[in-house]
Structures are given as C-alpha cells and as structure tokens.
Design a protein around this ligand. Structure first.
Ligand SMILES: *[C@@H]1O[C@H](CO)[C@@H](O)[C@H](O)[C@H]1NC(C)=O
Ligand SMILES: *[C@@H]1O[C@H](CO)[C@@H](O)[C@H](O)[C@H]1NC(C)=O
Ligand SMILES: *[C@@H]1O[C@H](CO)[C@@H](O)[C@H](O)[C@H]1NC(C)=O
Length: 495
C-alpha cells in the first residue's frame, strides 16, 4: 500500500522537476541513516499544487488500494475454500480406499463403484485446477462452476463412503463366512449320506456315475524298490478299462528326479507287495514322471524333446515316437513342486489322454485325447488352469481333475473339466498325503483307485463317485463370483 502511494506521489512530482524550471523545486542534499537508507527531502512550493487536489488524488489512491485488497482477500478466500474441498476429497479417498481394500478387491466387478471412484479422481483434478485458477481472480465464473462439480462429486463419494461401501464390504465378509460354513456343512452331509447309502458297487470300468465324490485316506503300500533317494517317479496299474492281465508297474526315476531309466512289472498285487516275480526293464530315454500304462503299452515323454513315445511291455521295444504338436518340454511348464513333468499321460475309461501346456495356451493346461495306436491327437480341450500352479492332474471318465497343494499334509482336488460337455467346475475334495509331493498320479478304472508316488512311497486312494440313483447336492458352485449368489440352495435337493 505504501508502494502504491509512493508511486502516485512520484507521478505527481514528475512534472514538477522538468528541466528549465529548476527554481520551482528547492533541493536539499540527502543523507544516510544508521540502516544505510537514503533519505532526501523535497520542498514543494505550496501555490503550485493545490492541497485540495492532492487530497483528492490521495483518497482515489486509497480507494484503489482498498479495492485491490478486497480482491486479494477474495482470492485467498477462494484458495482457502478450495483447500478445504481438497482436504475433504482427500479424506474421502482415504476412507474409501481403506474401507474398500478388502471388499473391493474381492468384488472388483462392481462397475457402479468403479465409476464413482473415477468420479472422485476427476473431482480431485478439478480441485487442483480450481486452486490454480484461484490465483487469477478474473476466472471467477469458472471457479464457481468447478467448485460446484467438486462439491457434487464429494457429495456422491460421501454417500458412498459412509453407507453403501461399508455396508457392502461387511456384507461380503458375512457372505464369505456363511458360505464356507455352508460348504463345510455340505461336505459333512455328503459324507454321511454316502456312508449310509449302500447301493450296488460301481462296476469296473463303469462311468455310470455323476463324477468324483470323495477320496479315501491313503494306503501306503511300500517304499519303491530303488529306495528312499528315488523321490520322484510313478506307479500304477494298466488303465485300460477292462483288463485280462493287469500289470502293476513301478517306475522310480533316477535320483536326479528327471531321468526315467528303469521300470518293473508285477503280475499281481501280491507279487508287488512281496517284491517277487517281476520283470525289470531298462528304458533309458524317458523324461519325468508323466508316464502311464495303457493296454499293455507304456507311454512317456521322450527325453529332452517334445516327443511322445510308447514301448511294448511284453518286449520293452520302442514301437513309436512322434512329436506332440505345440507341447512345451524341458521343464517349461511342469507342475508345482514336480519338475520335468511337462507331458503327463493319463488313461481312463474313455481312452488315452495327454495333459500338457503350449506357448499358445500361455502355460495353461490343455488336454488331448490320443489315438493310442498312432499317438495322433484326436481332439484338444483348453482349460483356464495355469499348469505350473497345479500340483497334478488325472482323468477319470473323460473328466480332468486337477489338484493343488494345501499344505505339506493335504491336497485338494479343486477343479474339474468335463471333455464330454466342455464344462468346468470347482469342487473341493481333500486328500491326505504321507509326504509333501505327489509325483505320479495315475488312475485305474478297473478298481477305481488312484496310484500315487509320494516322495518315494507307493500309496493308493479309493475313489468314490456320485451315484446316479441318489442325487446328492452338487458340490458348491462354479466361479468364485457365482459362488456368492446361490445362498438359497442351502437345502440339498432330493429328487
Ligand atoms: C450438481 O448436481 C446437480 C444435480 O445432479 C446438477 O443439476 C448440477 O448441474 C451439478 N452441478 C455441477 C456444477 O456439476
Ligand atoms: C480277455 O481274454 C479273453 C479270453 O482270453 C478274450 O476273449 C478277450 O478278448 C480278452 N479281452 C481283452 C480286452 O483283451
Ligand atoms: C487310430 O488311428 C488308426 C489309423 O488312422 C485308425 O485306423 C483307428 O481307427 C484309430 N483308432 C481310434 C480308436 O480311433
């Protein structure tokens, strides 16, 4: 304000110091004070500047200064207001983020919420813009408009943050808890029903059932014949549905956990248990523990290649070897915790299958049915399960069952893919295990057993299937999101 006054004064003075009229102004020498400020005194002759006029000019100046100060205070008022808005929005964001971090992540599908979230971001940008505009008071109308928008957005968010979102999050958690209780209840009920029901046993090789229901506790048969250091391998029984001769085969890999070099054939279970009357063959070119036996031939991944091969069990002669189109190999997409099992054979009531991954599938498991005599791919199905995330898989009646490891002592069959219908579903069938890793998993249709090579131990599980006559409640739903919906289906439907 002083500056302004000084400016006006100097303007007034200017015409007074024109050259040629020096006598009008009497100059005195200036002086410096203690603060080194220069002072000089100018004496103006009274008659030249009417005092009245000067006063008027001074009051005009004062008026202008006042107006300026008024505008300035308005600007800072705006700035203050926008700051407040900004804080409010920030607070809202924070609230929203913290309240939604749990619920939102699990319900990302909520489109409406995401839209509002975007709106918040927009509001924030506007507030920033607003602040910048606030410095230039010319843009007051724009300022007002922007403020309105921010207020609207904040209001929306406030509503959301205060009620919906929190209630929604709490609801979701409640639903999750209820759902897991429900699933546990269903599991118990199914087990009860299954144990109380004594229908005709499933005939060997029969698919007259509605899919896998449960798995028994493991039966430990023995340590593999090569010893504890051969932790990786596979074993089983010929997986042709109706067998005349049913060899038990045991194939512990070499101690490197990769090289499939020897296998034994036992004519009967007793021979296996007593380790007698066996044939021992050297194979020398197998890779990993994905091999299986189907109709008296052993099928396996040829070492270091994407080839599939078969040997005749009666002579151990390699009868065929050919590439499996697109299959990745050399431990590219093996199972979790079970290396070198890129190409995994499985036999069941419906034929010979191979489970693998391709670059095109981005590591997701694909299932192909093979012509067992030519090893040509007859048909391929794609699943959405990333193979390296699974601990293993097997086929039964044309349905792929995938496992994952829950802990060192428990596995879960969590996913099924039916090649007949092309449909997939979630399930939860738990398997206890003796040791941590299930290397070879082979299903035998003749006795409905799983033959599992568990860190060097040969173990079996009895599989129970859902019977056609007595309809049990379907194991719970399909996708995690769909799972939320059918809360109504608490009561199993009997028909
Ligand atoms: C604020 O919301 C109201 C009602 O939805 C709307 O009519 C108005 O135009 C909005 N104001 C601004 C500045 O967006
Ligand atoms: C089983 O053996 C019987 C009698 O030897 C024979 O007729 C039949 O074809 C055999 N079945 C298979 C699947 O080999
Ligand atoms: C396997 O392929 C051979 C030769 O193409 C064919 O004759 C045979 O019928 C096929 N087997 C099956 C089960 O389709």
């Amino acid at each position: 304000m002083l500056l302004v006054l000084a400016l006006f004064t100097s303007l007034l003075l200017l015409p007074l110091v024109l050259p040629g009229q020096p006598q009008l102004v009497k100059s005195m020498p200036g002086f410096l004070d203690e603060d080194s400020t220069c002072h000089c005194v100018v004496h103006l002759p009274n008659n030249l500047i009417p005092l009245q006029q000067l006063e008027k000019l001074q009051s005009t100046a004062q008026e202008l200064v006042d107006k300026y100060a008024q505008k300035l205070s308005k600007v800072s008022e705006y700035a203050c207001m926008t700051e407040k808005q900004n804080n409010q929005v920030r607070e809202m964001t924070h609230k929203l983020q913290s309240s939604s971090s749990s619920a939102l992540s699990s319900s990302y599908e909520d489109l409406a919420f995401n839209l509002l979230y975007l709106e918040l971001e927009k509001a924030q940008q506007l507030v920033t813009q607003l602040k910048a505009k606030g410095e230039v008071h010319r843009s007051a109308p724009l300022l007002d408009q922007l403020q309105g928008q921010v207020a609207n957005a904040s209001f929306t968010l406030k509503l959301l943050g205060d009620s919906d979102q929190r209630r929604f999050g709490a609801l979701l958690q409640e639903v999750d808890v209820l759902e897991s209780q429900l699933r546990e209840c269903e599991r118990h009920r199914e087990q009860e029903l299954a144990s109380s029901y004594s229908g005709p046993p499933l005939l060997p090789g029969s698919c007259a059932h509605r899919g896998l229901q449960k798995v028994s506790r493991p039966l430990v048969v023995q340590l593999n014949w090569r010893g504890f250091s051969h932790k990786a391998g596979a074993w089983g029984r010929d997986s042709a549905p109706n067998l005349n001769s049913s060899y038990y085969w045991v194939a512990p890999l070499s101690t490197d956990g990769r090289y499939f070099d020897f296998y034994r054939l036992y004519k009967s279970y007793n021979d296996l248990v007593l380790l007698k009357n066996y044939k021992e063959w050297k194979i020398g070119y197998g890779d990993g523990s994905g091999n299986t036996v189907y109709k008296n031939f052993m099928y396996f991944n040829y070492y270091g290649t994407g080839d599939v091969a078969k040997v005749d069990l009666s002579s151990n002669a390699l009868v065929l070897r050919r590439p499996l189109p697109g299959a990745t190999y050399n431990n590219r997409f093996s199972y979790a915790g079970v290396p070198w099992k890129d190409i995994d054979f499985s036999g069941d009531e419906k034929g010979l299958w191979v489970l693998y991954a391709t670059e095109e599938s981005k590591g997701n498991l694909v299932v192909s049915r093979l012509n067992a005599s030519t090893l040509e791919v007859e048909k391929t199905w794609r699943t959405n399960q990333y193979k390296p995330a699974l601990s293993g898989a097997f086929m039964a009646c044309g349905v792929l069952y995938a496992l994952r490891s829950l802990s060192t002592r428990q596995e879960e069959i969590f996913y099924a893919f039916d090649t007949t219908t092309g449909q997939e579903r979630r399930l939860s069938i738990l398997l206890d295990k003796m040791l941590e890793k299930l290397q070879g998993i082979n299903y035998c249709p003749s006795d409905h057993k799983l033959y599992v090579y568990n860190d060097g131990y040969l173990i079996t599980y009895d599989l129970t299937f859902l019977t056609l006559k007595y309809r049990l409640p379907r194991p719970s739903a399909k996708t995690p999101f769909e799972m939320r919906v059918p809360l109504k289906s608490v009561k199993p439907s009997k028909s």
